[in-house]
Write a new protein. Structure first.
Length: 124
């Protein structure tokens, strides 16, 4: 059985990242949702083409989960330290200036700099 601290981390991770990302994605499909992403998702669903739907929704859901993870770090809900290739420890909250989520989705975002996979244009 894991240490209680590991269970505490697991609970925070699931609630602040996974559950929040699912709630946010679910909200995009409500009848009242009017954002650009919501409109794009609803149009894709109307196509009834599983490849079209997957091509649109999968990267958005992945991006939402990563955004929620970074946002949880930015808000101090997940206090994480990253150890880089040289062994230097980086406090993600302090050194990230509470801007990790913004850097991930911003104009010159990490997604655009580092991803080799599709990024839906309405998110930029």
């Amino acid at each position: 059985m894991p240490d209680p601290s590991i269970n505490s981390f697991a609970e925070a991770l699931v609630r602040q990242v996974r559950d929040r990302a699912i709630r946010n994605c679910d909200a995009l499909l409500t009848p009242a949702a009017r954002s650009a992403i919501s409109k794009y998702w609803k149009a894709a669903l109307q196509s009834k083409n599983s490849k079209t739907i997957a091509d649109i929704i999968i990267p958005d859901c992945v991006d939402e989960a990563i955004f929620c993870l970074l946002n949880a770090i930015d808000e101090g809900g997940l206090k994480l330290t990253y150890v880089d290739r040289d062994g230097k420890s980086v406090d993600l909250l302090e050194d990230g200036l509470s801007e990790l989520a913004g850097w991930y989705v911003g104009e010159d975002s990490w997604r655009h700099q580092y991803s080799n996979q599709r990024i839906n244009k309405y998110l930029t």
